[in-house]
Design a protein around this ligand. Structure first.
Ligand code: 26Q
Length: 818
């Protein structure tokens, strides 16, 4: 007997069909006959929301009335993915939905496809925030996600005739968006600019302009928790609308300008995911959502109170800073407490310190945000004063802890000198209670390298929380076949809220019949993906080849170059007859990646991959042996289709550069094997699934450091490995640019002369492990057994476990009513 614990509404399919009909009629204003799939999508979304609204209201009520500390997850990005199937799953209406849509005479796929994916994030950090608010709701922990409702999400990626990336605006709100609830009655004023004056011995900020922050609320339904939390995304509106009347006619049109400027604040998501550029608008955005959210939290937890006792604030809610992007919240809470509620500095500092914690997501020094003090002073003069005072207090405190003045100098939150800079990571570390990295290796490197001085002095603040991903979206929804098999194997579906239960599959890896079923699931997923790729991209993917995927942002440190050089080398070997036809293991290599629009090397790498794909896929000599596909506009939807169909996953960053990675977890949980370096969470994945079930290659962090120290010479590796030399020479010689030797020159020059991320040094090891990979793949049963052990041993990488870690070690809170 199989035990089912998934939420199940008592609404029948017929009743749900009636609800959808009603929404079509009364909300959409169309008859079922007139309705399009898009209408049915909106009507279904509206209907399912109504199923969740009571739980939403009780969750809000219980949160404010109860004594359980809530969590405010502050993030400039929430990469949510489509909402419909997730909402249906958690409302217990998935089955009813399929039947109801059929009853109404529509195609389920068309209805699902009508939802436009909101792209309010760049990549890992934004998707992590989405997984965490899912897990918080599923655990019944009272929580808000606080962020920005950008009008334009991450750009839509297209490729031009030459294979180069073209960015198109992503105006995701062009059609009706049924999930967000705009709440004009709970808007907040956010001020900017002006100056600070003294009045009666008190500092008073006289801002020059302000913006209205209007909350757009999204339900975050928990899985089997009966709880629905809120994702509150702020949208910027102008206050100037009514002032227009005061202008005379000649100024009428110009008068609209400040309104446009104000609304620009939430207009666009910055598409860079490293090397922050210190743009004023970016700081305006950061302050915008953080200031609105802090006021909002005070309003929510002290409703109607004129003089709230904010010394209790840290027992009501704590704020998690998702990287440094919301760190301006620290001086903002200080300002609110001191200037608006009259607390003295020390009391305000104690409240603030308890209220914030900081998660760092990087190891690249250039990715740490630093703002010119001058810019902060122009935009937020009172905050600059407060930051300077925090810095003074900090430097004085350091003086009592160390006599190493060089160290104190290095640690300054505000640097000395002509053009002082504010280090946001330092402000976050000093201003909050806890600092965490996102994988064991990353947290260790934070302590040893990136924030070493801080960990010497404030060692107790440092902790690790290894990232996790939600099994609801990335297993249950993305991979229904595997989900059914897991439930069959375990005799229950409780694993969906307790992913450690996957360990129960370990004994089944010895059962050949079960392993064959597992292999059949993968094969069916590959066929489904092949159909999807045909429909969406007009690709002809052979599902009987090994599907080998590399999906992530395009970055030099992630080393898509290493992958494409290896593909070129394989191509050359097949062409030259170096490997005989029988020895070739047919492979389909799939890339998915967006590059920051200004990142030249990354964009050139995209062009190279596209042109390798063009040459390889059109060469009859390699047909059926090697194919390369680069579906454009990689997003959550594509991930949900490709991951379940992947045999081999690439996690090949240079050791010590990828903070964690989360794609690696999604692949392992969906039964792909990983080829990877000892970087980020790969280390822990390998420990858990077993070294014999993971394809490890490449230099370690220590070896990388030693090689930098010795002096790295990429040319040496180029000369030493003829496979590498041949591949690089083909790129340089124009094989993938119709003879044009200039096109990839910047790439080739970098490889041979700089190669900061040591792609060339790791090439031979990477090529060598391909042999092992192919040998195993030729034993389908053994491959599948190992892949199954990856699934069975990856339960740790659930975002539910990650949230448990945060609850225990950082937030010190738990589910409502406990
Ligand atoms: C900052 C300032 C100005 C403009 C842009 C930014 C910016 C925006 C996004 C900086 C960084 C990001 C995103 C970083 C990111 O996604 N990091 C990834 O986080 C994942 C979740 O922890 C990790 O798994 C990845 O290893 C890490 O690269």
């Amino acid at each position: 007997m199989t035990e089912h614990t998934a939420p199940m509404s008592s609404t029948t399919p017929g009743e749900f069909a009636d609800e959808i009909r009603k929404e079509l009629k009364y909300t959409q204003g169309v008859t079922t006959e007139q309705a399009t799939s898009a209408d049915v999508y909106v009507a279904t979304a509206t209907a399912v929301r109504k199923h969740l609204v009571d739980s939403w209201a009780t969750t809000q009520h219980d949160m404010v009335a109860g004594s359980t500390k809530a969590v405010g997850y502050f993030s400039a990005e929430f990469l949510m993915g489509k909402q419909l199937l997730n909402a249906l799953l958690n409302a217990g209406l998935s089955d009813q939905f399929y039947d109801a849509v059929k009853e109404l005479g529509f195609d389920v796929q068309d209805v699902i496809d009508s939802e436009y994916e909101p792209g309010l994030g760049n990549g890992g950090l934004g998707r992590l925030a989405a997984c965490y608010i899912d897990s918080l709701a599923s655990k019944g922990v009272p929580a808000f996600g606080y962020g920005i409702q950008y009008r334009y999400g991450i750009f839509k990626q297209e490729f031009d005739e030459q294979g180069a990336q073209v960015e198109r605006p992503d105006y995701w709100l062009a059609n009706e968006e049924p999930w967000g609830h705009i709440d004009y009655n709970r808007s907040q004023r956010v001020n900017y600019g002006g100056s600070v004056v003294e009045e009666d011995g008190k500092k008073v900020w006289k801002p020059a302009w302000s913006v209205r922050a209007v909350p757009v609320d999204y339900m975050v339904p928990g899985y089997a928790s009966g709880r629905v939390n809120t994702l509150r995304l702020w949208s910027a509106k102008s206050y100037d609308e009514f002032d227009l009347l005061a202008f005379n006619k000649s100024e009428y049109v110009d008068a609209v300008k400040p309104q446009v400027a104000a609304e620009n604040i939430s207009k666009i998501l910055y598409p860079e995911d490293s090397t922050p550029q210190g743009k004023a608008l970016r700081l305006e955005q950061q302050y915008f959502f953080v200031a609105a959210s802090i006021q909002d939290a005070i309003r929510v937890f002290y409703p109607g109170e004129e003089n709230p006792d904010l010394t209790t604030f840290p027992s009501k809610i704590c704020f998690q800073l998702n990287d440094t992007h919301p760190v301006i919240g620290i001086p903002e809470l200080m300002r609110v407490l001191i200037d608006e509620y009259g607390y003295d500095w020390d009391t305000a500092w104690s409240i603030t310190n308890k209220s914030f914690n900081y998660t760092c997501h990087t190891l690249l020094p250039e990715a740490l945000e630093v703002w010119p003090a001058k810019l902060i002073g122009e935009l937020l003069p009172r905050h600059l004063e407060i930051i300077n005072k925090i810095n003074e207090q900090f430097v004085a405190e350091l003086g009592t802890k160390t006599s190493d003045s060089a160290k104190i100098d290095r640690m300054r939150i505000v640097t000395d000198g002509e053009d002082p800079q504010v280090h946001m990571a330092y402000l976050a570390t000093y201003g909050g209670s806890h600092v965490n990295g996102v994988a064991a290796l990353h947290s260790q490197l934070l302590k040893d390298v990136t924030l070493r001085d801080f960990s010497d002095v404030y060692g107790d603040k440092f902790t690790n929380v290894t990232n996790g991903v939600t099994p609801r979206r990335f297993i249950r929804i993305a991979n229904p076949r595997l989900s059914a098999l897991i439930t069959e194997g375990l005799g229950t579906d409780r694993w969906l809220s307790d992913l450690d239960m996957l360990e129960g599959l370990v004994p089944l890896a010895k059962d050949d019949e079960f392993v064959k079923k597992f292999a059949a699931v993968k094969q069916a997923n590959k066929v489904a993906f092949s159909n999807y790729a045909k429909r969406e991209y007009d690709f002809d993917i052979d599902p009987n080849t090994m599907v080998n995927s590399m999906i992530k942002r395009l970055h030099e440190y992630k080393r898509q170059s290493l992958k494409i050089l290896s593909v070129i080398s394989q191509y050359a070997d097949i062409k030259s007859g170096k490997v005989s036809a029988d020895d070739i293991l047919p492979r389909t290599v799939v890339f998915g990646a967006k590059a920051a629009p200004g990142y030249k090397m990354a964009k050139l790498t995209i062009q190279l991959i596209n042109n390798v794909a063009r040459v390889v896929n059109n060469d009859p000599d390699v047909k059926g042996k090697l194919a390369v596909y680069y579906p454009w506009n990689y997003n959550i939807r594509l991930a949900q289709h490709l991951i379940p169909a992947t045999d081999l996953d690439e996690q090949i960053s240079q050791a010590g550069k990828e903070a964690s990675g989360t794609g690696n977890m999604k692949f392992a949980l969906n039964g792909a094997m990983t080829v990877g370096t000892l970087d980020g969470a790969n280390v822990e994945i390998r420990e858990r699934v077993g070294a014999e079930n993971f394809f490890l290659f490449g230099m370690t962090v220590d070896e990388v450091e030693a090689l930098y120290a010795k002096g790295y010479e990429p040319k040496y590796y180029y000369e030493a490995d003829p496979r590498l030399k041949q591949a690089v020479d083909m790129v340089a010689g124009g094989t993938f640019s119709e003879g044009d030797k200039g096109l990839y020159e910047p790439l080739v020059t970098d490889w041979l002369n700089k190669d900061y991320f040591m792609t060339l040094a790791d090439f031979s090891a990477y090529m060598d492990i391909q042999g092992e990979i192919e040998t195993l793949y030729r034993e389908p049963l053994e491959w599948s057994r190992k892949a199954l052990l990856n699934v069975a041993n990856s339960g740790f990488f659930s975002s539910d476990r990650a949230i448990d870690d945060y609850l225990r070690d950082i937030w010190e809170t738990g589910p409502l009513g406990e």
